[in-house]
Design a protein around this ligand. Structure first.
Ligand code: PLP
Length: 362
């Protein structure tokens, strides 16, 4: 391992073997479907290139990103992959999309019409996916929209929809969306179908169809609320202790003087703040870890630093230059998210750009 010890930065380690292991587990679970990773937002903040290469080596050949720009980046890394663009294209961009060999997910009647017109004018019937809204009211064509006969002329390689409540298996919306999807895909009888992202894969076989689209689960986020997470954690994050200080009873710590020491104690100022994705909502609530000892956050999280309690005798040897753990075996991405009042997705995609990044088994 080679870290930039001199720079006072945190070190973010991505275990690519864990990503591969998670991909293999999800593939086994959805064995009759193609498993097509979602790599939007820089592979959920983990780094597009190393993650894409790892998944390609693990056997993936179809990928999803959100934006055309992300597709262009991915195309440079994986020249022969099939790349779907979840947001489709803006008016006037159909040609560029086709030229770059990107497959748009068509989300509206207007997009569908523009794609078909482009296909007819150029006599190039480039494949597209069609999204159907089965309840989320976010993207995709409604049941009424599907009655346009000309939609059947589209060169579709996939019809898809997205589940809104799949992390809650008992939620009635899951079965309703499934039934709606079965019914509406009847308009396109021979086109391959896709309904599930990570959480949907864990709802059972009837949700798998021909292709599944996992993102979060590849990166270790728990797919369902009350389930023991079967996936490997792939991110660990350690940050340097910048100072260790003794404070007296009644001394205040941090912005707003929001926290006062109830007794004499020892605190550490640590190099991670909200600019690094350590959310300000962790003020007074988060914890860091040092060799199995919990270090509670004291007062407000600053932009570049946070103060933690190191009075516990077990953390007594802590000194400037030591590293404390933000994410690791003691604290998963979901654990930290819960303390911050958010979800693991937001923790990962907010990971800062200031860390030294290290890819294991890459
Ligand atoms: C982001 C996204 C996914 C991946 O979702 P995860 O919950 O991260 O597995 C799949 N499909 C669509 C349409 C998405 O927007």
């Amino acid at each position: 391992m080679s870290y930039d010890y001199l720079l006072g930065k945190g070190r973010l380690t991505v275990n690519l073997n864990g990503v591969k292991e998670n991909y293999e587990r999800l593939s086994r679970l959805s064995v009759t479907s193609e498993c097509a990773p979602v790599l939007k937002a820089d592979a959920y903040g983990l780094g597009l290139e190393p993650v894409a290469r790892t998944l390609s080596e693990a056997g993936a050949s179809t990928f999803f990103v959100a934006l055309p720009e992300e597709g262009i980046q991915l195309r440079k890394i994986l020249p022969s992959a099939r790349i779907f663009i979840l947001h489709g294209f803006m008016s006037g961009e159909a040609e560029g999309m086709a030229r770059k060999n990107l497959v748009p997910v068509i989300n509206s009647v207007a997009q569908a019409y523009e794609w078909l017109t482009f296909c007819k004018i150029t006599s190039k019937y480039c494949p597209a996916a069609l999204q159907i809204d089965t309840g989320m009211s976010r993207f995709g064509l409604s049941e009424d929209d599907l009655k346009h006969d000309w939609l059947r002329e589209l060169p579709l390689c996939l019809v898809m929809s997205h589940l809104a409540c799949a992390d809650t298996p008992e939620h009635p919306a899951n079965k309703e969306q499934l039934a709606c999807f079965e019914r509406l895909t009847g308009y396109f009888p021979s086109v391959p179908r896709s309904l599930s992202a990570s959480s949907g894969i864990f709802l059972g076989k009837e949700f798998h169809f021909d292709l599944v689209r996992p993102g979060a689960a590849l990166y270790g986020i728990a797919p369902q609320k009350d389930m023991v997470n079967p996936l490997a954690q792939v991110v660990s994050l350690e940050v340097p202790v910048w100072q260790v200080r003794d404070v007296r009873q009644g001394d205040s710590v941090g912005y707003g003087y929001c926290w006062q020491a109830p007794h004499d104690m020892r605190i550490a100022t640590v190099g991670i703040g909200y600019a690094d994705g350590f959310f300000r909502s962790l003020s007074g609530r988060g914890t860091l870890w040092f060799k199995g000892t919990e270090l509670p956050v004291l007062g407000r999280v600053s932009m570049d630093s946070v103060s933690v309690d190191v009075s516990n005798p077990d953390s007594g040897t802590l000194k400037p230059g030591d590293y404390v753990t933000v994410l690791g075996s003691a604290q998963s991405v979901d654990d930290l998210a819960q303390k911050a009042g958010t979800i693991g997705y937001e923790v990962l995609t907010a990971l800062g750009r200031r860390y030294s990044r290290y890819y294991q088994n890459g």
